[in-house]
Write a protein of this length. Structure first.
Lengths: 379, 379
């Protein structure tokens, strides 16, 4: 793929907000320090931020869980020599990826190591950990290092033109998300290089593929002048990063339309908005602090007389956990009230429950009524 | 949505290979027979095909599991009155959906029933069964009745123009799958109305999103003149139907690129190609008999010296089950040999394992070598 390589080198500088040249430079610098120490006969050391809930804080002004600064050190010794070598090899693979504009899934990176002789990984969890270390070391997200997740997810329709580029010609490609009919634009695994043009007023992120399909089928984005994004449950990294970059760059509010249950609130909405504890070193890139909750609330269940299901035990546990331990919920009285009310009602309601009043009640009544007053959305 | 309705009525006639007028007519006819019986003071009856493995046969010429003809009857009595009424209500909802060109997920249909008074469903499994009954009654697939699954899945890139239409203007929309850069066209939940234009030589259906992304990123479809489809594991109904309709209409071979393990063979490839037992009444629409196995074979593991993992217990059970009970495997000696060999090797290999020889070995070596001789693909 010589042509690809060439184009890659020429244009990859635009990669993300830290260009490939910058990433490549960071790697060279870090490796240079290590090389110097070794040549001087000293033991080289690498410092990684500690990735755990204990090393995390939530400040509403920042808008996501952030690392407090605890670090662990890896010094080259007889005991650490293999991991040390693997980390350097992984940095080298990353440098190659960003320079030729290629990508590797974590699984592919694991298999690539099978040719690293003694530095090869035995199992994938080992190589995953080293990739996470390198990610944290440079304080960039894995995608900027050329490492991408296995999974794809996130569909887009509506008032948005995505700017990608043709790999062979290097020319920009304008992808008009109003022109996919009943289909949609599927978000790629890495979104760092994408540009955006839009006249939309907001982004509507939707929990279920079924509800997304309904809104797409009826061209709802035209009526509401918005961008529809299907998350298909808990959004993938690529989907979260796409929403974040789009919302930041175009200064768009993000409204999240999910079920009224602890899963929709905590696992989907909360993760999208402020991130999660065990991945605190990347929340900076993947959370969407501007997100607001347009989803079904406990009040909506009463107001719209929605059909419900009883809360399951796991729902009750999840809500109680959130009330007790979640710094985000603890910060927002409105969420404490909503979850407490849901627990006392003992029920949950799905976004599809609106269909009781007609399949398109959601389009004709629910969404217009809610959107009339976004200030009332839960935070 | 008056505009939508109007357009829907005008153009929905083109829906699938049985137009909406035809579906609507079938429903009216069936309901007419019942009405006549009732007016004549007789007990009306509906006959449904029995949907179980015992009522299924596999004939290679037909190419998919098909129903043998066993039927169950539902006669209107005191005991069946509720289900009978629900079935008629569901037929009526379907008629409405196809006439106004709308869709309902199974879950939405369940919630719509909450306004059917005594005929409302208590739990969704009940309404799902009635939808399955109606589907089998008319021997069409659910999507043609306007009922669509919750889940979305299946991405497309490469030499294909999908023809959809704009719901508001009724005008055709040409969706050019060569123009989505690193992204892709996401297959809608219902594909019955789509048209196709292509000069491609084959369809390559790929198990993992990661491998799909690699082939897309490197414009592999250009080099190989093909259409790339990401299944993301076991393909959804929409994805299977999309491949089937495209392959039929454009007379394209379908090559399936999956892992070398019993899951890739049985759950993904076999299901895509001939369907499954418990959904025999719809295999006619969803299976892809022209599919051939380009995925990693036990011979490939040896030939390409691929890194492997030991077979898990569930793999061994799955392979033995297939050898013992699967009519498809029993029909094909080549598959019996392959699965027996895999069991004796005691290992499995993933499609990403090719990365041992370089990230793009799959593009530069594996795929060209395999494609040089499709007659050697496993059946």
């Amino acid at each position: 793929m010589a042509a690809g390589k060439k184009t890659g080198k020429k244009t990859a500088v635009k990669r993300g907000h830290k260009g490939s040249r910058k990433i490549s430079g960071l790697i060279v610098d870090e490796a240079g320090v290590i090389e110097k120490k070794i040549l001087a006969g000293k033991k080289p050391t690498m410092k990684f931020p500690i990735r755990s809930l204990g090393n995390v804080r939530y400040r509403p002004k920042v808008g996501y869980f952030e690392l407090k600064g605890g670090k662990k050190e890896r010094t080259l010794t007889v005991g650490t020599v293999k991991t040390f070598a693997q980390t350097l090899r992984m940095m080298s693979l990353s440098k190659e990826l960003v320079e030729v504009d290629d990508i590797a899934t974590k699984r592919e990176a694991y298999y690539v190591s099978k040719n690293w002789g003694q530095a090869r990984f035995k199992e994938q969890p080992e190589s995953d950990t080293v990739i996470d270390d390198v990610e944290a070391l440079f304080m960039v997200n894995r995608e900027q290092l050329g490492f991408v997740p296995e999974e794809k997810g996130g569909d887009v329709a509506g008032r948005l033109v995505v700017i990608d580029r043709d790999r062979d010609s290097g020319k920009p490609l304008r992808i008009d998300c109003t022109r996919f009919g009943s289909g949609a634009y599927s978000i790629p695994i890495s979104v760092e290089d994408l540009g955006f043009e839009t006249g939309a007023k907001f982004i509507l992120a939707i929990e279920t593929a079924g509800m997304f399909q309904r809104l797409v089928k009826h061209n709802y984005w035209k009526k509401a002048n918005c961008i529809l994004i299907s998350m298909g449950g808990v959004p993938t990294r690529a989907c979260r990063r796409f929403i974040r970059r789009l919302a930041d760059e175009k200064k768009l509010p993000v409204y999240v339309f999910v079920d009224c249950d602890p899963y929709g609130v905590s696992n989907i909405y909360r993760t999208l908005k402020v991130g999660s504890g065990n991945a605190a070193h990347i929340n900076e890139f993947f959370c969407v602090p501007q997100a607001r909750f347009l989803g079904i609330t406990p009040n909506d269940i009463e107001h719209y007389k929605l059909p419900t299901h009883p809360l399951k035990e796991v729902d009750i546990k999840r809500a109680n956990d959130a009330l007790k331990n979640d710094p985000f919920v603890q910060h927002h009285k409105a969420w404490q009230r909503a979850l407490t009310k849901l627990l006392s009602m003992g029920v949950r309601a799905e976004q599809q429950a609106l269909a009781k009043w007609g399949l398109n009640y959601v389009i004709d009544t629910y969404l217009p009524e809610k959107l009339a007053d976004p200030d009332k959305f839960l935070p």
